[in-house]
Structures are given as structure tokens and as C-alpha cells.
Design a protein around this ligand. Structure first.
Ligand code: SF4
Ligand code: SF4
Length: 441
């Protein structure tokens, strides 16, 4: 790792903070906070295991030097002894390209083509053999994990005003695009040749861990990793549209306690005390899902139990997620003592191959590619929500009517609170500065 420590030009944590860099993989955790820690490993999460998403591979193909530099810089800042790029073994061309450029102290870990390989806990386990304890973060086992785009943003050391994302599914030409933050979904779909179905629905962020949207005027934010367009009558849209009442009533009456959901749960396999079949059992006693199944707080909401494991088409993920949120709102937190932990089980024969996942989810008919468009898209108007990150919403520092240039600071986190700086993503006039900042050219 010597070369990582000495050979880089020296980006500072303050620069990362002032550029508004956040975890671009979905969580939006402010990167400068992660980089203030000290860790043995810095890991690049390039597993990208959500079906039909290709943004990370495309970025690695297009900007390998920047991603490697960003990872090395992050490694230097946290004092890492080793930097590791975790990427699926099937991407031979990307692996060869990266290998030809790796500095000393950096290596590639080839990962299984399965889901959820990109879950931080699974990634850390597969790369280092260490198990992050329940309820903890990678730092607990000496690791800091960053996303491909985050590494690129660290290396660029300029305000985060653009976002990379894949637009796929029921569109004419699935693509990966670079667009100004605040671009609408409608414009993004237009860059992919438009939807091929009338009245499309969109799974934002991915089909497994995303959310359903039917509002094409929604803006792309710093954490939007992909838009999967689907017809309204697609099974996945119907699944995401189920109300909690339907989930809990059907779950209470139809769960046969086979426990497949638990047997396949990646967190259970890591030894965490989560057993989704018990959360399902609790529905029998409490139709509202208000169980005392405290292990649900360790659910990562990967959705594997719902989408793959359950033979009855039930929704254990939502039952766990509902319990998890209730426990959090009640301030209940279970600290699992070291002597209470189970060892991790052998996972290899319980991994879910991505190909099987795509078939099971009814996505096989869609073109599974997403080449990066050469030009960055800049719209005439952007809408920038004040909360595009973990922590407190940013507070505007400009008023309606102000003229701003791309890259100008337009909102900051409240003093002393976790958050990220927000910059103008286009040059123009601020036409609204309430819940979101709207800029028009
Ligand atoms: S969503 Fe299901 S499979 Fe995933 S961690 Fe939660 S309980 Fe386990
Ligand atoms: S897999 Fe389905 S039916 Fe079996 S225990 Fe889990 S929720 Fe119930």
C-alpha cells in the first residue's frame, strides 16, 4: 500500500466535503464522513448485482484511471493497507483493463455472479472473509466501502452536478447516461429512445431494492443509479403496488412456515439473528405486523426472500421492513453480544445466480445491456430536492430570482448536522427555493 499512500496528488477530506460527494450507490451517505475514519481495507463495490443495471461496468470501462485514482485517494485518506476492487468474475474485459492499470497495494477480488453480491456485508465477507457484526458497519471489521461512481467523484474533485445511471427495461434502447442532477425521468427515458409501453411505471434504483414511481416528472438525484421501465401490468409493478394490509393479511393466512425465506436470507447465512419466517409467523398474532420480532432490525431489505425464496408468493421482506421501521421509531435497538452470535454458514450452495433471478422476475425479454452514451445531458430546467443524501435536508443559500452558475453552492447542511452540500447543476435563474431548488436557463 506504500504507493497508494505516497503516489497520489493529495485530495483532502475537506475537498470531498465541499464537492458534495455522497454514496452514489443508493444510500447517499456523505463520503467525507466515511473518509475521516481509519481502516485497514478500502473496498470498491463494483459488484452491481441489480438486474439490468450496467452503470458501474460502463464507468469502469470509460473512466478506469479516475476510478482507480479515487479509490487510491480514499485508501490514502483512511490509511488503508490494502485497496480491493470487488467485481463479478464474468466481466473479463473490465478486469483485464483494470489489472493493466492497478497501482501497488491494490488488487481485484473476483466475485460470484449472484445476488446480492453487492450488499456491503456480503461483499466484505467475500473479499476479506470477515463478518460485520449485526447492526454494525464495515468499519467494525476494518473496512470502508465506496461505490464506483463515488470513487470517480472523489478523483474529479469538483462539485457533484452530474449523475450516471442506466435506463433499461421497456425502452427502445437501454443505455447508461450521464445527466445533470435534477433532470426528469421523462427526459432520461427520452435518451433511451422512450418507453415502448403506454403508461409506463418505473422502478427507481433497481428491481430488487428500488421503489415504484409513476411520476415521470420526478428528478434524478445524486443517488439514482437506474430507472427500470415496466408496463403497468408487469408482475413486479403489481408486487410493488400491494398495500400493507394486503401483505399482512395474505401473509398471515398463507404462510406455511416452510422457512425457505430464512434459509436463503444472506444476513441469516452470515450468522445474523434474523429469521424472516418468524416475522411472518408474528402476523398471525398481530394483523398490524406489530410483532416483537426484533431480529428484523438486521434486515438489509435485499428482497431475496420475497422475490426468490418464498414459494407462496408472499412478502417477508416488507414484513421485516415494517417491523424494522416500527422498532426504530420506538427507539428499540438490539445489541448482539459477541457470545450470542452464530458463525456464518457456508453460502456457496445458497447463492442466487443472477440469470435465475432475471428469469424469475420476468425480465428475460428485456435487452440486458446499457452502453454509455458519449454526451452528457444538460436540460433547460432542473429540480433539485434538498435531501439527496443521508442526514438532514440541506438549507438553501440562494433565493428565488438569483442567477447561479453550474457548480455554485445553492444549499448547505444545517450547522453541525450530517448532510451534504448541494450545487447548481446547470447555469440559470432560481425560479423556486422551497422544498426543492428549481433552476431554469
Ligand atoms: S429482505 Fe429478506 S432475505 Fe433480504 S435480508 Fe431481509 S429478510 Fe433477509
Ligand atoms: S418462504 Fe414464504 S411460506 Fe415459507 S416461511 Fe417464508 S414467507 Fe412463509
Amino acid at each position: 500500500m506504500e504507493s497508494l499512500v505516497t503516489a497520489m496528488p493529495g485530495i483532502t477530506v475537506e475537498q470531498v466535503q465541499s464537492c458534495g460527494v455522497v454514496g452514489a450507490g443508493g444510500g447517499g451517505f456523505p463520503t467525507h464522513v466515511k473518509l475521516r475514519a481509519k481502516a485497514e481495507f478500502i473496498l470498491l463495490n463494483a459488484a452491481e448485482c441489480e438486474p439490468l443495471l450496467h452503470k458501474d461496468k460502463e464507468m469502469l470501462r470509460a473512466y478506469p484511471d479516475e476510478v482507480i485514482m479515487g479509490l487510491a485517494e480514499a485508501g490514502r485518506l483512511v490509511g488503508a493497507q490494502e485497496a480491493v476492487i470487488g467485481i463479478k468474475h464474468k466481466y473479463h474485459d473490465v478486469i483485464d483493463l483494470l489489472r493493466s492499470k492497478l497501482p501497488g497495494g491494490m488488487r481485484i477480488a473476483e466475485l460470484h455472479d449472484s445476488y446480492p453480491t453487492g450488499d456491503e456485508f456480503v461483499l466484505v465477507h467475500d473479499v476479506t472473509g470477515r463478518v460485520i457484526p449485526p447492526g454494525k458497519i464495515p468499519l467494525a471489521v476494518g473496512c470502508v466501502v465506496i461505490n464506483v461512481e463515488t470513487a470517480c467523484n472523489i478523483a474529479r474533485a469538483r462539485p457533484v452536478t452530474r449523475k450516471f445511471l442506466t435506463v433499461a427495461g421497456a425502452v427502445a434502447n437501454p443505455v447508461t447516461i450521464e445527466a445533470a442532477v435534477g433532470t426528469t425521468f421523462r427526459e432520461a427515458l427520452g435518451l433511451a429512445g422512450g418507453a415502448t409501453v403506454p403508461d409506463p411505471a418505473v422502478l427507481v434504483g433497481g428491481v430488487m431494492m428500488g421503489r415504484l414511481s409513476t411520476d415521470l416528472e420526478e428528478p434524478i438525484t445524486k443517488t439514482t443509479g437506474g430507472l427500470i421501465v415496466l408496463p403497468r401490468d408487469h408482475t413486479l409493478v403489481r408486487r410493488y403496488s400491494r398495500s400493507w394490509q394486503q401483505v399482512s393479511r395474505i401473509g398471515a393466512s398463507a404462510c406455511d412456515q416452510c422457512s425457505f425465506c430464512t434459509e436463503m436470507c444472506p444476513r441469516y447465512l452470515l450468522g445474523h439473528p434474523i429469521e424472516p419466517h418468524k416475522a411472518m409467523r408474528s402476523l398471525v398474532y398481530s394483523q398490524t405486523g406489530e410483532s416483537s420480532v426484533i431480529g428484523t432490525q438486521f434486515c438489509c431489505e435485499c428482497n431475496l426472500c420475497t422475490m426468490i425464496s418464498c414459494p407462496e408468493d408472499l412478502d417477508p421482506k416488507n414484513v421485516c421492513a415494517q417491523n424494522k421501521r416500527r422498532l426504530a421509531s420506538e427507539g428499540k435497538r438490539w445489541e448482539v453480544a459477541a457470545d450470542e452470535r452464530r458463525p456464518a454458514l457456508h453460502m456457496d450452495n445458497r447463492r442466487t445466480p443472477l440469470k435465475r433471478l432475471i428469469t424469475k422476475l420476468g425480465l428475460s425479454d428485456f435487452n440486458n445491456t446499457g452502453p454509455l452514451l458519449p454526451d452528457s445531458y444538460k436540460p433547460q430546467r432542473v429540480r433539485l430536492p434538498l435531501k439527496q443524501h443521508a442526514g438532514a435536508p440541506a438549507v438553501p443559500v440562494v433565493e428565488s430570482g438569483a442567477q447561479v452558475k453550474e457548480g455554485d453552492v445553492i444549499a448547505r447542511p444545517p450547522e453541525g448536522q450530517l448532510g451534504a452540500v448541494l450545487h447548481a447543476s446547470i447555469t440559470g435563474r432560481v425560479s423556486s427555493a422551497k422544498d426543492a431548488l428549481v433552476i431554469e436557463t
